[in-house]
Design a protein around this ligand. Structure first.
Ligand code: GTP
Ligand code: MG
Length: 148
């Protein structure tokens, strides 16, 4: 099944929004297949955000992302990469609609609570980076209630 890497950033953990963010993915019907609370290494973040290394905000982004623990997760399901980004909202929270995580809970692009992979290919790279030991393999009992 398709998988995506979702991360609650340090502001989301600090503000006690981990449960809220997980709840939205659970409610939708996606399956949680990996979860870890961790203090990310600078090196891991540099790989994760390698495409942004030349941006003027990169230093601030590193400082933000190392300011506290994050919750790293892998979610599985049909269309989960794209749908996960819909649940998160736009990169800029002020452009995010109410009903999305960023639309409901934050204001600044540099404090936007959560990360979601932007393609299936990048999702697999990010999953390998954050969960080198792999993820759980489990078939839910309720699968027939979610998928036709
Ligand atoms: P992620 O899901 O976190 O990857 O966000 P995204 O895919 O919507 O955006 P992108 O990958 O382009 O940027 C990654 C992160 O860098 C964003 O979520 C922001 O936290 C931060 N970021 C992006 N653009 C800006 C910016 O213009 N200013 C600041 N301060 N931060 C930015
Ligand atoms: Mg991104």
């Amino acid at each position: 099944a398709e998988r995506t890497y979702i991360m609650v950033k340090p502001d989301g953990v600090e503000r006690g929004l981990v449960g809220e963010i997980i709840k939205r993915f659970e409610n939708k019907g996606f399956q949680l297949v990996a979860l870890q609370l961790l203090s990310p290494k600078q090196e891991t973040l540099e790989q994760h955000y390698a495409d942004l290394s030349s941006k003027p905000f990169f230093g601030g982004l590193m400082k933000y992302m190392t300011s506290g623990p994050v919750v790293a997760m892998v979610w599985s399901g049909k269309g989960v990469v794209k749908s996960g980004r819909v649940l998160l909202g736009e990169t800029n929270p002020l452009a995010s609609l109410p009903g999305t995580i960023r639309g409901d809970f934050c204001i600044d692009v540099g404090r936007n609570l959560c990360h979601g992979s932007d393609s299936v290919e990048n999702a697999e790279k990010e999953i390998a980076l954050w969960f080198p030991g792999g993820v759980v393999s489990h078939t839910r009992v309720m699968e027939k209630l979610i998928y036709e």
